[in-house]
Design a protein around this ligand. Sequence first.
Ligand SMILES: [Zn+2]
Length: 196
Amino acid sequence: MTDTPRPSRDEAEAAIRTLLRWAGEDPGREGLQDTPGRVARAYEEWFGGYGIEPETLLTTTFSEVEGYDEIVLLRDIRIESHCEHHMAPILGRAHVAYLPRRRVVGISKLARVVEAYAKRFQIQERLTAQIANTIDRVLEPHGVAVVIDAEHQCMTTRGVHQPGVSMVTSHMLGVFRDNPATRAELLAMIGDRQRR
Ligand SMILES: [Zn+2]
């Protein structure tokens, strides 16, 4: 984060009018008059992650798990992020797994952690690592695995124009990194879904 003060809403809307002019538009024409305000509101939604401290999402845990000591996997979490190089959407799916040590969290909380980091300017590699490291730090499980499969619109709609190409990243910690059998079990659990 930088120390420069956050610009005002008016300054943000003026910047959007500048971009419209730079693209060749007349920001004063009827159809565009409310566009800067709409874009500013959309930014509040797309980049709402800056206002969330992801670790706080994982503070409520449950310890009565009857000795459950197998993989917990949340599959196909929708990823809606933006690349920090082109400010273009990154759309895809995340699979988040952990092997609990005594404590588990509500599954919706894992999805909220994904969302808190996705709703920022990102590169997919860092997004993947941040999600895994946060779960690892707060829950201290035996292992964490995060796999993200996403399309980058900066690549599909411009530049090399490669629609249908997705990028897969993974970040494995603990037993998922160190134990090939556990990692293979996880990849089979994820793969089941891919083939359906
Ligand atoms: Zn990009």
